[in-house]
Design a binder for this molecule. Sequence first.
Ligand SMILES: *Cc1c(COP(=O)(O)O)cnc(C)c1O
Length: 401
Amino acid sequence: MTFHSYKSDYQKQIEEIKNDGLYKDERLICSPQGGRIKVKKDVNASESDIINFCSNNYLGLSSHPEILQAAHKGLDDRGFGMSSVRFICGTQDIHRELEEKVSAFLGMEDSILFASCFDANAAVFEVLLGKDDHVICDKLIHASLIDGVRLCKANRHIYTHSNMEELETVLKGITSGKKLIVTDGVFSMDGDMAKLDQICALAEKYDAMVLSDDSHATGFIGKTGRGTHEHFDVMDKVDIITTTFGKALGGATGGCVSGRKEIVTLLKQRGRPYLFSNALMPAVVQATIRALDLLMQSTERRDKLESLTAFWRKGLTEAGFDLKPGNTPIIPIMLYDAKLAQEFSKKLFDQGVYAVGFFYPVVPKGEARIRTQVSAALEQSDLEECLKKFIAIGKELQVIS
Ligand SMILES: *Cc1c(COP(=O)(O)O)cnc(C)c1O
């Protein structure tokens, strides 16, 4: 009975989303993740081949044979599931091995695994900060950081995106308590990097800690792919890195907090998503270890990604598209209008290019865009083919002349 009286309200909300052009449809992929995938509109529709321009499979590891092999071995040797949280009976030796490996890769003292980076971000703030402390965030931090911050009692301060003067003013004004500066390393919607060198310098000057969420950087930003802190040469200055295994590192699931030993130790004692949620499945652990091994052996994949990214950005710029500035594989084409972004994306799809439109609530209202993401799973010839299509549709929709 109860739902019946609520139903019309939910229906109204769904209608509003549709009327605003904000309704998100999901395509059905019927192949492994990769540079070229097979998709269909619904279960009974026919499959079509399409170039994938919107995955976080930056290094092309999601379906890499060595990753699959490692996952199979994890499954065969260690079983399917742990059926326990870590501290009861959910810690295998490989869990600890992954923690040590990810620490070595990121150049941090220790690490703690979570079911996702969303969970890592949900855990970290409440454990480190109390009501007399301060958290100072970039305006554009990821939703999971915002939610994590909400779970702690510290005083919140927000500075305009990457505005270092404003950050300094905030830091100067805080006279007691711990201070933690929070930023994305690479911002997921705009594709620009935090000014991590300046942030670390300010942190030192005003006695603050720095947390960087490197989910869109781990594996490929920096000359050996360690992340944004490597790019800015501040590997020893960032106190806490949170990151995901669900993007460049094979793309399945899982995340971690990496950082100072005491911070990680405390998180293992008190982090709620760690204490009250299941341990990572062994196959994911083995495959992520393998992904890190591959990246430590060779920079070939991130180097390829870097040169493809340069090619793609240059091509779009020369064609006259309005891009967000930056130098990461996330390259957003600004269209501003949600319906236009949907239409652009649909036309691309009809021509065999998969790049979804982003609009409110994932980006602010009036800032709709097509977010393209370059991947080492693609070839230069794919990008050349895509560029022609982007230009043709851009002209058709009068986005470029
Ligand atoms: C994707 C992403 C997350 C969430 O990672 P999951 O492991 O998928 O939960 C967190 N933070 C940032 C910045 C991200 O881009």
